[in-house]
Design a protein. Structure first.
Lengths: 336, 326
């Protein structure tokens, strides 16, 4: 039955269904079917989609892989981008510096994971802590202004749709194609499904895993630069992205155990979260109620969809009875 | 239930050889060295910290983190991980600063309900076969929301008995040592000496054997989550006594720092490992960082980087020691 359900409904459909339900709720409350709500959601979603896509790639690399340095990378690269752009007058240099910041933090994570064999959640925690020291130092008396040209670009709309959303959507399409049609994408999914088998088949799993962390650092860095320009560079710019980036990936149908990446689902999850926030604000719920409902919805999605993952998990359990409990584990090589 | 002979046979079957047992303690030993090194550096700069009052000052702020790390250790001993513990501890401080000091009976009932909530979460994780990582992450939104509901802005007052406990300074020994050692020893005893502890460890190291020996994995997971909930409540009460009130976000750092403490103390993501004293030393070491930095007159901005550096360095040291032993 589970198998049949998986065949009929694509994994990303649920997140869009939830987002659509919330949108209907907004329309019902305001008694108008406006494009304003959608436009606003689309101008906020790209940043969460960028960060979520990076997180999705990391999670897809297999059990135990997760990037918890995301919020610190966002905050730090926001400061770096704004100060480089205001110092040199070049937006390109600012974005490059932000990307470099993300890659540098990712490099610390990768070294810790690959060479010191530190479990990813602890390795990325450590690199994130190191990044946050730089952020705190930056934040003291920071007075550079974000580039107004870039800020205007981020607010630019084509036929009511933010250009940045169109660009991010194009990126998501490219990412989906790359995951399913290129060798590198196939490698990633193979490594995520069964690291040992992939390695025996000649997949350079260590390289594949490392590159997902670099991709996550790069995307978080760029998102941080844009976010700092769109809002303002602050030390806690990325804080909410810690939980949100993981939650939207899971709601979007990406398997937490790795091996199945769903770029479209990240959009569904991000739109769901952002629309939910504006809906709850609209009907006057305070932050407390918003968080409680958000958490219960994540749990509901998770526990209801539990059966979907059951197909794979069940198969895994039959092969090796003990692995079922190990939802998080360092790279598969430690089990040999 | 099950026959007493089986109950007794189980820990024996799981007992590792002496060599394995030694190896299990090695990682915590490396962390202990790091801890001693930090203590020596602190003492060299400021000898006063080796007095009872000095240690009292240094250690008092670390107590809640130690208890939270022990909770995380219990969770990780079954191969699960709790990404909601920071928010949960924050929620407990909020309850402590409002209901518990206003209407103690209702406060206690709320705390018991929260512990039961942990048990339900464990049951759902088990029955729906979902990763604990994501379930506890989702729960963290709920804990944070509930905390904001109880206490929208930081404040309130902790109950008198908690404040009295925080103010207690015996001259014979530093007061924070007592809760740290008592709770660590209690968790060690529960996990290593009782049948329940044997089942918890069995769930982490070999769930199939646990089930085949007639024990319910579901019940064991629920018991484990309840133990985690109880410890997290104790951590929250301890934190509330430190800050004198409640703050929903006061313990956000605990989530990941407690994971690091457990790993530093010799725990693993595989489950089946529970080194209570190691997790305690790991937590105290990470907690000492801020003390060391203020003694060295370094900006508190550097604190996160030093914490991160210590985690990486201690684990690199463990890798080296492990290679030498092999």
């Amino acid at each position: 039955m589970n198998f049949a359900r998986r065949l009929v409904v694509p994994p990303w459909a649920w997140s869009f269904l939830f987002a659509a339900l919330v949108l209907l709720g907004i329309f019902a409350t305001t008694h108008t079917v406006g494009t304003g709500t959608i436009g606003l959601a689309l101008s906020l979603a790209p940043y969460l989609v960028m960060v979520g896509s990076g997180q999705m790639l990391v999670i897809s690399a297999g059990p135990g892989n997760i990037d918890v340095s995301v919020p610190q990378v966002i905050s730090l690269s926001g400061f770096v981008a704004v100060s480089v752009t205001s110092g040199t007058g070049s937006i390109t240099l600012g974005l490059l510096a932000a990307a470099g910041t993300g890659l540098a933090v990712a490099a610390i994570s990768v070294i810790a994971i690959a060479f010191i064999k530190i479990p990813p959640i602890v390795a990325t925690l450590a690199s994130g802590l190191i990044a946050s020291s730089f952020t705190l130092t930056f934040a003291n008396g920071f007075d550079a202004e974000p580039s107004s040209a870039l800020s205007e670009f981020l607010r630019l709309r084509l036929a009511g749709i933010p250009v940045i959303a169109i660009m991010t959507a194009a990126f998501s399409v490219l990412l989906a194609v790359a995951l399913h049609r290129t060798v590198a994408g196939r490698w990633l999914l193979a490594a995520g499904q069964n690291g040992r088998a992939a390695e025996l088949a000649g997949v350079p799993t260590a390289w594949v895993t490392a590159s997902t962390y670099f991709a996550s650092g790069l995307l978080s860095g760029l998102a941080g630069a844009l976010l700092a320009t769109y809002i303002a560079p602050t030390a806690d710019l990325g804080t909410t992205y810690q939980l949100d980036s993981i939650a939207v990936v899971v709601i979007g149908g990406t398997l937490i155990s790795g091996g199945r990446a769903v770029p479209a689902g990240v959009w569904g999850g991000a739109l769901f979260f952002i629309l939910l926030d504006s809906f709850l604000n609209l009907i006057g719920w305070n932050l407390a109620g918003q968080n409680i409902l958000k958490g219960l919805l994540v749990l509901a999605v998770l526990f209801l969809a539990g059966g979907t993952a059951g197909v794979r998990r069940g198969a895994r359990r039959a092969a090796a009875p003990t692995t079922e409990q190990l939802d998080i584990q360092p790279a598969a090589d430690a089990r040999r | 239930m099950t026959s007493p002979t089986l109950e007794r046979a189980l820990p024996e079957r799981l007992a590792p050889g002496d060599r394995d047992r030694l190896k299990r303690q090695v990682p915590a030993g490396v962390t202990l060295l790091a801890f001693i090194a930090m203590l020596v550096v602190c003492g060299a700069i400021q000898p006063v910290i080796f007095s009872a009052t000095g240690l009292n000052l240094v250690l008092s702020s670390i107590v809640p983190l130690v208890i939270a790390s022990l909770a995380q250790m219990v969770m990780m001993s079954i191969g699960d991980i709790d990404l909601g513990i920071g928010s949960f501890v924050g929620l407990v401080t909020a309850v402590s600063a409002t209901t518990l000091s206003g209407t103690p009976l209702i406060g206690v009932l709320i705390l018991l309900a929260l512990i039961a909530g942990y048990g339900v979460l464990g049951a759902l994780v088990h029955l729906r076969r979902v990763p604990a990582l994501i379930a506890t992450l989702g729960a963290s939104f709920v804990w944070y929301g509930l905390a904001l509901f109880v206490l929208p802005t930081p404040g309130g007052t902790a109950p008198d008995w908690l404040l009295a406990f925080a103010a207690w300074t015996p001259s014979a020994f530093p007061a924070p040592v007592l809760p740290i050692l008592v709770i660590t020893a209690a968790i060690w005893a529960v996990l290593q000496l009782t049948p329940v502890g044997a089942r918890v460890r069995a769930l982490g190291s070999n769930a199939a054997v646990l089930e085949r020996s007639g024990r319910s994995a579901l019940r064991t997971r629920i018991i484990t989550y309840v133990i985690v909930g109880v410890l997290a409540v104790l951590a929250g009460l301890s934190l509330s006594s430190q800050i004198g009130g409640g703050d929903p976000t006061s313990a956000n750092d605990y989530t990941l720092i407690s994971v690091a403490a457990v790993i530093l103390g010799g725990g693993s993501f595989f489950g089946g490992r529970a080194v209570a004293w190691g997790s305690m030393v790991g937590a105290v070491t990470l907690g000492l960082v801020s003390v060391l930095l203020s003694l060295l007159n370094l900006s508190s901005n550097v604190q996160p980087a030093v914490e991160g550096g210590i985690v990486i360095a201690a684990l690199a040291g463990r890798l080296l020691v492990g290679k030498v032993l092999r």
